[in-house]
Design a protein around this ligand. Structure first.
Ligand code: ZN
Length: 142
C-alpha cells in the first residue's frame, strides 16, 4: 500500500505523525509501514470488528532521514492483548523494532534521490546514501 492509502486505512496510527523523508526511500517506507501496521490485525481477532481496530496498537511519531539512514519513530499504544487477555506489548515492540532496523539497513543501501542501489557517502559534511550518478552530481554541481 502507498502512504496515502495507509493513512486513510489507519488514521489513528498517523494522527500525530511528522513525516518527511527523501523520495528515493518511498518504497522502503511504504513496505515497512505496511508490515508494521498489518501485523497488528493478527492480534485483533478476539474482537468482532476487524476494520475498526486494525492499526490501533502502533502510533507513528516521526519518519525522517538522519546520517544517511531512514529513521522511523513509533510506539505501542492501547495495550494489545492475545486471546487470553495477556499483554503482548513487549512482543509487538520487538517485532516492530526488527522491521524498523531492517528498513534502516535497506535505506543505507538505497539512493535517497532515485531509489537505485546506493552507498553511504561520508566524505561531504552532510552524510547521504547515494548511487554513483547522484554522488557525482553532488560533487560537481552544475
Ligand atoms: Zn541515485
Amino acid at each position: 500500500m502507498n502512504i496515502e492509502e495507509l493513512m486513510e486505512k489507519f488514521p489513528m496510527a498517523f494522527k500525530h505523525a511528522d513525516i518527511s523523508f527523501p523520495d528515493g526511500w518511498k518504497q522502503i517506507v511504504e513496505d515497512c509501514l505496511t508490515m508494521m501496521l498489518h501485523r497488528t490485525q493478527w492480534y485483533d481477532k478476539a474482537k468482532d470488528d476487524l476494520d475498526a481496530v486494525q492499526g490501533n496498537y502502533i502510533e507513528i511519531h516521526q519518519i525522517k532521514e538522519k546520517f544517511g539512514g531512514l529513521r522511523v519513530y513509533s510506539s505501542i499504544v492501547n495495550d494489545p492483548c492475545d486471546y487470553q487477555g495477556n499483554s503482548i506489548s513487549d512482543r509487538l515492540m520487538e517485532q516492530t523494532c526488527g522491521i524498523l532496523r531492517f528498513a534502516e539497513y535497506l535505506s543505507k543501501k538505497t539512493c535517497q534521490v532515485c531509489g537505485e542501489r546506493g552507498t553511504l557517502r561520508t566524505t561531504r559534511p552532510y552524510i547521504e546514501t547515494l548511487c554513483d550518478e547522484h554522488d557525482r552530481a553532488r560533487s560537481n554541481p552544475t
